[in-house]
Design a protein around this ligand. Sequence first.
Ligand SMILES: Nc1ncnc2c1ncn2[C@@H]1O[C@H](COP(=O)(O)OP(=O)(O)O)[C@@H](O)[C@H]1O
Ligand SMILES: [Mg+2]
Length: 276
Amino acid sequence: MNKIEVKKLTVQYRDGNGVFTALEDLSFRVEKGEFVSIIGSSGCGKSTLLGILGGLRRPDAGELSIDGKKVTGPGPDRSMVFQHYSLFPWMTARNNVAFGIRQVKKNLTRRERLSRAAVFLDRVGLENFQNKYPGQLSGGMRQRVAIARALAMDTEILLMDEPFGAVDARNRTILQELLLGLWEGNCAGDIVYPPGEGPRQQDRKTVVFVTHDIDEAILMADRIIMMSNSPGKIYREITVPFARPRNRAALVQTPEYTKLRNELLVLFFNDFGSTI
Ligand SMILES: Nc1ncnc2c1ncn2[C@@H]1O[C@H](COP(=O)(O)OP(=O)(O)O)[C@@H](O)[C@H]1O
Ligand SMILES: [Mg+2]
């Protein structure tokens, strides 16, 4: 079942120098419970696209539908995680998460919001840092707070724009596995399955995850949408056939992984001559 559908999207930026077409005639679908990664070189329009999906920007042409209904603005069905933490510096980790909860769960009391925030900070391993301010946390920890906030909002759709792009390599792999584990184990929202009981695919959150890291895309995604540059278009859609739950250490040693990775690298470097 389609969760997100984008049809013939065109986005232009206008400034003193004229009109710049950032996205042109771009169409794709994301199924309910699917994890889609969007990869493309810097400047190809990934953030612009995610802004449209989040309803932060309206397209110049084309349309966005969610659950078959045309959408033109933000909504309680979507939450976003950005590369640069986007936390309020004057609020503690817990209050940042509680603030996000308040945007979508209007009927909860302050006490309920705070206790819910604590549950989700716990899930991302920050049980002992709830009362710290963003300035007192490392980059990786701040991004955990942003993930906790998005998950605590329990929206059906998660939109993530290079969420680990500013995190060092080691913490990046830890955060990838954390997010993957929560999403695959269906702890990404209110339903929590007992250990060993897997969720059905359609019960999972629908995720659109922007990255320029091929390994990250393969590890996480069911499908990779590769964009081309100037103006941004869909270049290829590649299904990632690996079973879930995925284990990075085992997966990267398989010949199938290497083959897919090489195919993706060839597409990128040969077809665009670009670096990613
Ligand atoms: N507010 C803006 N005004 C003018 N041009 C913009 C604006 N935002 C983005 N662009 C341009 O649109 C293109 C796509 O940008 P962006 O969506 O941020 O790409 P990506 O996230 O893939 O790096 C880039 O060439 C960028 O310079
Ligand atoms: Mg971007």
